[in-house]
Design a protein around this ligand. Structure first.
Ligand code: ISJ
Length: 444
């Protein structure tokens, strides 16, 4: 393949088998499969918090100021990492990893790897050759927040919507899963890859929180010393493309408006048709498309936005989808900069964005971290692919933390939004082999 820094091209399944927990970054999209190994440079862990003055006042403008600083910090650090890597002799460095929902609160998990291998996108047929084996066993599951608390939050947000200008807020919740044994992260990745051939499957090695003295840490790890118990991995299979850039051509594919799949084909089709016809879901979707188009328009010579959404399906969900194509005015805007021009879209935050972020901060009793951020890669020419980090979990030892959210608009009901989050957890639960254990989470 033409990608610089790449070792010989190989098959997607071959790359998947070479994945090593703790030292590999794995990515598969409808365009590419990528396995990045080792760590030449890593994004600084604690420097974000040093750069951004923490805001204890809860002031919205201050929080927004911090967010903007956090974004600039990430863009600048990535630019520096690429420059430094070029100075050390890498011809076309690539940055891979994930960026949090709020870069002023949590650290990005980005790195420049030692080696990069590319392969064609996975073929559906090849994926079918995998057997789905459980990745965790004998699990205890705890909902956080619990169902009642989540529904109360939805009601509070709905009341706020009746009173003011708040139009949409995405509220999420988590599941903490504790397994009897260490989670088999590699098997989890295989299962996700098998079940989500049309999406964006990823595994990101997370920092273990080591102190950094300089802004950019240069680490050389000895693979033999990596203990699976000591690794943290951010893993998932997102159906949602934030943006890809190749040269000046960009593509975005926001999703918003969802329905759970059904095992009964007739019922499944009815749910899809009802979703496409639902005024509430159409509005929830339109809010996202308007915001994405408004953010892209100033950057583009040409932008094509279909007037009507279409339907896409994953193995667990139906979604309203709009594929947006554009041509950038300026080739110097990297895929990461375009991604940040969009982030956070109302698909995972809400609108107006500052009010939505404030509502999320006051209603969600946990830090989103990398959830509803972005995952992907960007090379030194600015080309890249970034997906929205949803249908995902953080894995450490024998524990997983799963995340799922749902968009609240006027007309939403707490019961339906709770059921939607439960249905969205199924992508990860299925991949873990736990779907039958938690059948009450399945929306009927
Ligand atoms: C927030 C999530 O998904 C987002 C919310 C959607 C919705 O509210 O309909 C649909 C797709 C995603 O943009 C999630 O999966 O956790």
């Amino acid at each position: 393949m033409s990608k610089a820094g790449a070792i010989a091209a190989t098959s997607a399944l071959h790359l998947l088998e070479q994945y090593r927990e703790g030292t590999s970054f794995f990515w598969s999209s409808p365009q590419h499969t990528l396995l990045a190994q080792g760590e030449r440079m890593r994004f600084p862990v604690s420097a974000v918090q040093q750069q951004v003055v923490s805001d204890s006042s809860g002031n919205k403008d201050h929080a927004h100021g911090n967010h903007v600083k956090g974004v600039h910090f990430v863009i600048e650090q990535v630019r520096q990492m690429i420059q430094e890597a070029q100075q050390t002799g890498l011809r076309k460095p690539i940055v891979v990893g994930a960026i949090p929902f709020d870069p002023s609160q949590s650290s990005a998990e980005l790195l420049i790897p030692e080696t990069v291998q590319w392969a064609e996108p996975p073929s559906h047929a090849a994926n079918g050759s995998y057997e789905r084996r459980p990745a965790a066993a004998g699990c205890e599951i705890e909902e956080a927040p619990g169902a009642e608390t989540y529904q109360r939050s939805v009601n509070q947000v709905l009341r706020q919507m009746e009173q003011g200008e708040l139009d949409k807020v995405v509220l999420s919740r988590t599941l903490r899963v504790v397994s009897d044994d260490l989670v088999d992260t590699h098997q989890l990745l295989r299962n996700l890859f098998r079940d989500n051939a049309h999406g964006y499957t990823f595994a990101v090695p997370m920092n273990k929180g080591t102190e950094t003295k300089s802004n950019i840490t240069t680490t050389y790890r000895n693979d033999d010393k990596v203990n699976h118990q000591g690794t943290r991995t951010f893993i998932g299979a997102s159906p949602e493309l934030l943006v890809t850039r190749k040269g000046t051509i960009i593509r975005a594919n926001p999703l918003a408006g969802s329905a759970a799949r059904s095992d009964d084909p007739g019922e499944d089709r009815r749910r899809a048709e009802a979703l496409l016809a639902s005024a509430k879901d159409r509005h929830e979707h339109a809010v996202v498309i308007d915001a994405v188009a408004a953010a892209l328009r100033p950057l583009c010579k040409q932008l094509i936005v279909p007037a009507e959404p279409s339907l896409i399906q994953t193995s667990t969900m139906w979604h309203l989808s709009t594929e947006i194509h554009g041509e950038l005015l300026d080739r110097d805007i990297s895929s990461l900069e375009v991604a940040f021009a969009l982030h956070p879209t109302p698909a995972i935050c809400g609108t107006p964005v500052l009010m939505a972020r404030e509502a999320i901060g006051s209603q969600e009793p946990f830090d989103r971290g990398l959830f509803t951020g972005m995952v992907g890669w960007c090379d030194s020419e600015g080309d890249g692919e970034w997906a929205v980090t949803i249908r995902c979990a953080e894995v450490e030892g024998n524990e997983l933390r799963l995340f799922a959210g749902a968009g609240i608009v006027a007309g939403s009901t707490p019961e339906a939004e709770l059921a939607e989050t439960s249905a969205k957890f199924r992508t990860m639960l299925l991949a873990m082999g736990l779907d039958s254990t938690v059948s009450h989470l399945k929306e009927e």
